[in-house]
Design a protein around this ligand. Structure first.
Ligand SMILES: Cc1cc2nc3c(=O)[nH]c(=O)nc-3n(C[C@H](O)[C@H](O)[C@H](O)COP(=O)(O)OP(=O)(O)OC[C@H]3O[C@@H](n4cnc5c(N)ncnc54)[C@H](O)[C@@H]3O)c2cc1C
Length: 472
């Protein structure tokens, strides 16, 4: 970018940030946010039929580290910090039950790469692939080490290319990545014919080592492991208020926690605590899973030996096949992604918006697998993604006392990264960030998002006028 352009861009960003900083406090006063959660079970939750949340916190306690949020980020942080510092008292507070957020409501694709970073810089590209490949291996190692009852498959995933131009660019990129030693492979349409014949696919990129996991089984399966190490887990315990100081005070409906350090593992719900409100916005994505396919139905579908796929569209569609033969499918159109006014974090399943969203994903499925539209749908759900304007995550520590650790903003691409977040926070907590300093989003400034009503209007204008959704 030319220097004059850069200074204009940064001037615009600075003006937007200044305007946002002035209007946020007023908007926050006029429009208090409500802490609400989705409650329709996903197919992943159905894989943990006997799971019972732990009782809520009652009374006043103190801890060395308090983690807010029981998804991949929170549980992985508890796991790595307690292994590194076994004497420290760690408390995990989860508003509903472990994995009730995005970690138990996603598309299941455990992928390489980090959203929002491009591949122009070969050194950075190599480092990111090395990091996320290690993250994928770490997930599998954890499952094996603790014999977690988690359905998973790591037989690779595809990115589908939906125009000749995109396929050509993807082919060139796959060759560039191979030269860097990254084992991706471009598959020409002839290799995909049996599966994606009907729907205008011009090629695909295959990433070995990636796959699919049941996030609810994974996160919930780690609960006994953490408890054995002494981590105190309180479910049904929403943190209603956070008072920052040298000792941080967390208020919950029936108790309080005092701790010198806190971790925000709260994904798209973070603004409810009054933090990072100008950095993140929650976006709902709808998903469904069919009843299990018979081997014959799988054959008719043409599903071959890979775990799942995502396409290269702005309104990204994704699908995967579980170990038990359910087809999971989501995204694919503006209706399939919903932003609710004032950072709403619950999409009622009976609402017209949710129904439109589900109908839209069925239409997209018909484009990819015409025969699948006859299959009965067994589960429908939605979940909250935490989107940043540049799609890059937010990792670091914050506050006057630098005692609020955060790993947020995965922008729909968090299964691998949220599991790495625990290693990152454990290092930071231990005072050594050398392994992570190179990450472009570590402790970095983010482009600010304006408050309501500009936020809602901006989202509507962007998606309706351009016909695009933020690519997640
Ligand atoms: C529909 C959908 C599809 C997706 N598909 C994919 C995919 O295929 N591949 C991929 O890589 N990523 C995908 N993602 C993204 C991925 O699931 C997330 O990035 C990841 O799960 C984030 O984990 P987390 O622990 O940070 O957040 P979450 O799992 O959302 O956990 C946050 C937790 O914090 C709790 N909480 C919030 N506020 C409070 C509070 N005040 N007090 C106490 N507890 C609180 C919540 O209840 C929740 O359990 C998808 C997400 C969705 C929603």
């Amino acid at each position: 970018m030319a220097p004059t352009q850069r200074s204009l861009t940064s001037r615009i960003l600075e003006s937007a940030a200044a305007l946002t900083a002035r209007t946020w406090p007023l908007a926050a006063q006029l429009l208090p946010e409500r802490l609400e959660f989705d409650d329709t079970p996903s197919i992943w939750h159905a894989g943990t039929p006997d799971y019972q949340p732990r009782p809520p916190l009652r009374g006043v306690i103190s801890a060395d580290l308090a983690i807010i949020g029981g998804g991949f980020t929170g549980v992985s942080t508890a796991y790595h910090v307690t292994r590194r510092f076994p004497q420290r008292r760690i408390v995990l507070l989860e508003a509903t039950s472990l994995a009730n957020g995005a970690s138990g409501r996603n598309g299941g694709l455990a992928l390489n790469w980090i959203n929002g970073v491009d591949t122009d810089d070969p050194e950075l590209t190599r480092k990111i692939y090395t990091l996320t490949s290690a993250g994928l291996i770490a997930i599998r190692t954890l499952i094996e080490r603790h014999r977690l009852p988690v359905d998973h498959r790591f037989d690779g995933t595809l990115t589908l290319h939906t125009s000749p131009e995109r396929a050509e660019a993807a082919h060139a990129e796959a060759e560039y990545l191979q030269e860097l030693g990254i084992p991706v492979r471009f598959l020409p349409p002839s290799d995909l014919r049996s599966q994606f014949d009907a729907c205008g696919i011009y090629g695909a990129t295959l990433e070995p080592g990636t796959g699919q996991i049941n996030g609810a089984q994974f996160v919930r399966g780690l609960r006994p492991v953490l408890e054995e190490c002494g981590v105190a887990i309180y479910e049904q315990t929403p943190v209603l208020r956070i008072q920052i100081g040298r000792i941080i005070r967390l208020t919950t409906p029936h108790g309080e926690v005092y701790a010198p350090a806190v971790v925000l593992a709260t994904n798209g719900y973070t603004s409810k605590l009054g933090l990072f409100r100008d950095a993140l916005f929650p976006l709902h994505s709808s998903v469904f899973a069919t009843a299990p396919l018979t081997p014959e139905q799988q054959q008719n579908l043409g599903w071959r030996a890979f775990a799942g796929f995502a396409d290269d569209c702005d309104r990204i569609a994704y699908g995967s096949l579980t170990c038990t033969g359910h087809l999971v499918f989501g995204g694919g159109s503006n209706q399939a992604y919903v932003y609710l006014f004032n950072n709403g974090t619950r999409l009622p399943p009976e609402s017209a918006v949710a129904r439109r969203s589900q109908a839209a994903i069925v239409r997209t499925l018909a484009r990819y697998f015409p025969s699948a539209t006859m299959l009965p749908i067994a589960y429908r759900w939605s979940g909250v993604l935490d989107i940043t304007l540049n799609r890059q995550p937010l990792w670091g520590r914050w506050g006057e006392y630098r005692n609020v650790y955060y790993a947020l903003g995965y922008s729909g691409h968090g299964i691998t990264l949220a599991n790495l977040a625990g290693e990152f926070i454990a290092d930071l907590y231990g005072g050594d960030d050398s392994r992570w300093r190179w990450l472009p989003f570590y402790q970095s400034r983010y482009p600010p998002i304006p408050p309501e009503p500009f936020r809602w209007l901006g989202y509507q204008a962007f998606t309706r006028l351009t016909g695009r959704s933020p690519r997640v």
